[in-house]
Design a binder for this molecule. Sequence first.
Ligand code: TXA
Ligand code: MG
Length: 357
Amino acid sequence: MFPVETKVFKLNTSTDHTNAIYEAATVLKNGGLVVFPTETVYGLGGDATNPDAAQAIYAAKGRPSDNPLIIHVADPADAEPYAVTCDAYYRLARHFMPGPLTVILPKKDTIPFSVTGGLDSVAVRCPSHPIARQLIQASGVPIAAPSANRSGRPSPTCAAHAIEDLCGRVDIILDGGDCEVGLESTIVKLEDNRGILLRPGAITPDDLRAVLTDLSIAPAVTAALAQGERVLSPGMKYRHYAPAAPLTLLEGKDEDVRAFLIRQAALPGVGILCFDEEIPLMPANASLFPVGARHDLETQAHRLFAALRDADAAPHIEKLYAHLPPMEGLGLALYNRAIRAAAHTIVHIDPCVPKID
Ligand code: TXA
Ligand code: MG
């Protein structure tokens, strides 16, 4: 069912990409699958106007076909044949496109329901990564692309992650190095020029509010879904980014959380997603997966998924701990991914209660 051979092209600034891009574009036009870098995470692309390509994407990813795909266009106005745009869309586009923003709009008939998981809306994104843009332009079609991970794994932030998950299941992987942002795009749904934030990302609620006067945040961004609750974005209902070892997020005073982590790090089978400053404080035999400096949220966003993958690959890890990210600014995107990875397990560290299991 899957192609036996996956071609990997390494594209760096010193090589001429033309042939690889041309070959990848031809594969897309013929209904094949191409993994490509974006500024957020790697995407698993197919022709968004071809219903069979969408089915192939779901199969390669092992993803339920009611979870819709984002279509990637080279310029904001290129969405016109596929989506019903509005004033607010173009205002957002002027500020944030090309870039890590996805906007959900009513769909037109040119986009098959297999791409939108049966919904009458479509998610539109205009990535800024030069390889993504060249690929879209060369293929002449919008590219439907979820993140290029197998379902349930963290999104890939470098080609090695995509190769790990999808080699033998796609035709081509374009290796464009590390993704700059490291977390998936911010998703906003527009309804009558009002915005609903469905997934936080590098473009923060404050950034959006500077452009959209009316923005609300979907409750599922920060909370667990109640049983049977209706979801605005089907992706919210699936367990995500789950590391093999259960992850617990810790909140509390800095010094209390740090003291707890140092004690835990000495135990066998425990892995810690720690801040860089904490590395020298930890026991020598600790299994550490550093995510960046305490206040450097950009680096934490850039490294979080790689750290979760590293923890998965490390032998004998049975339990993982990480700091609960703040909910402000870019922290909201980290918080949203972290609570999903932890299946909403958050523990408050209180120095009066010395031990948890
Ligand atoms: O940064 C990104 O957005 C990456 C890169 C590759 O562009 N893509 C990505 O796609 O993260 P994916 O499929 O892993 O996540 C898309 C999310 C899913 O949670 C899906 O449910 C939601 O967007 N979505 C897509 N179309 C939608 C729609 N019409 N209505 C509501 N939610 C939608
Ligand atoms: Mg994804």
